[in-house]
Design a protein around this ligand. Structure first.
Ligand code: PLP
Length: 391
């Protein structure tokens, strides 16, 4: 066992940055006022919430009044899709999305199908990419919304979002993008991509868990998400999570400021790891696109091994990573993303996702490369299939 865990799972969550904690702390204690109260400690909280809204809008190049705080990325996705679907039912009941969305989008669409909406799930190619022309062809007179994720959480593939936005604008259809994995890694300008709705989540870019935001372009018809008080201009009732919102604002400000140096660092670690693993370990494939992928994302499939066993052995050696086969329900179904890019079940089961972040260094990769070939070799020795292949 090593003493410290080497964390290669930044797509799952990130550690809150000290500057973010510092910005949040007063709002748990001395600045505890309710942001809706009229007295001064209430107004102080309100001011902090509005400053955070400005920080988010600055990062997305939107207007402040187009930013609404939510309780998570999942909530932002649910709200965007259900909210537009319910508010525009008189125009049509058809939604377009892709096969490889996060479950926050896929299960929301599945729920709406039960409510009578029609959903087209666009297939992706072997890299996980959709072609924007597929979107154009799928749009019908009754289409009200297109929802395509900016970047995939498992294989990191970055979609042609600006091209899709041009098409939805031309066709007069609302466009939502789940940018939960993209924020902090991709420079986003909601005007350039013609997004009408965009979801984000603070804990993916060194902010706190349990707070997100939805960008809603002015003029977009959308129902309220929770009904109650007048918070978030009546669209998302309930007392503001002031500390969380302040943390989100600070985290996105830092992420936007450092995006170039952060990306360069992650790219260097990613390229080195991909090259060394492909060079040193046989029967490995890289899932996702070689270039059009998030700078810190790697997803490999190792033939003849179980991703779960690989994760456990890495964990015993002090490395935290993720597999494509672990499903939130606890079942071992292979990932819908890996199956959608055409991987056979047995290969999808042998996948490993490594997502790099701020605290990773080349010495972490040295250590990974020291132990990974041995672990893979050991697991393969136990595999009857590997034995047959190499007899
Ligand atoms: N969308 C994507 C692409 C994600 O990766 C995640 C989190 O893993 C979510 C949505 C959900 O975000 P949250 O954890 O804030 O609910």
């Amino acid at each position: 066992m090593t003493e410290k865990t080497i964390y290669f799972d930044h797509a799952a969550t990130t550690a809150v940055k000290p500057e973010v904690i510092e910005a949040m702390m007063p709002f748990f204690g001395e600045k505890y006022g309710n942001a809706s109260s009229v007295y001064s400690i209430g107004r102080e909280s309100k001011k902090a919430v509005e400053e955070a809204r400005d920080q988010v809008s600055l990062a997305l190049k939107s207007q402040s009044k187009e930013i609404f705080f939510t309780g998570s990325g999942t909530e932002a996705d649910n709200w965007a899709i259900k909210g537009v679907a319910y508010a525009n039912r008189d125009k049509g009941n058809h939604i377009i999305t892709t096969n490889i969305e996060h479950h926050a989008v896929l299960h929301t669409c599945g729920f709406l199908e039960k409510e009578g909406f029609k959903v087209t799930y666009l297939p992706v190619d072997k890299y996980g990419l959709i072609d924007s022309e597929q979107v154009r062809e799928a749009i019908r007179p009754d289409t009200i919304l297109v929802s395509v994720m900016y970047a995939n959480n498992e294989i990191g593939t970055i979609q042609p979002i600006a091209e899709i936005g041009r098409i939805t604008k031309e066709k007069g259809v609302f466009f939502h993008t789940d940018a939960v994995q993209a924020i902090g890694n991709v420079k986003i300008d909601v005007e350039n991509i013609n997004a009408d709705l965009l979801s984000l989540s603070a804990h993916k870019f060194y902010g706190p868990k349990g707070v997100g935001a939805l960008y809603v372009r002015r003029g977009t018809k959308i129902t309220s998400f929770i009904h109650g008080g007048a918070q978030e201009r009546g669209r998302r009732a309930s007392t503001e999570n002031t500390a969380g919102i302040v943390g989100l604002g600070k985290a996105i400000e830092i992420a936007a400021r450092n995006i170039d140096s952060y990306n360069n660092k992650l790219l260097e670690l990613r390229e080195r790891t991909i090259n060394e693993v492909l060079d040193k370990i046989p029967y490995v494939r890289l899932n996702g696109h070689r270039q059009k992928r998030l700078p810190g994302n790697i997803n490999f499939s190792f033939e003849f091994i179980e991703g779960e066993s690989l994760l456990l052995m890495l964990d015993m050696k002090g490395i935290a990573a993720s597999s494509g086969s672990a499903c939130t329900s606890g079942s071992l179904d292979p990932s819908h993303v890996l199956l959608s890019i055409g991987l056979p079940h047995e290969i999808a089961h042998g996948s490993l996702r490594l997502t790099f972040g701020a605290e990773n260094t080349h010495s972490d990769i040295d250590y990974l490369m020291e132990i990974l070939p041995g672990i893979v070799g050991k697991l393969r020795e136990m595999s009857p299939l590997y034995e047959t292949e190499n007899r």
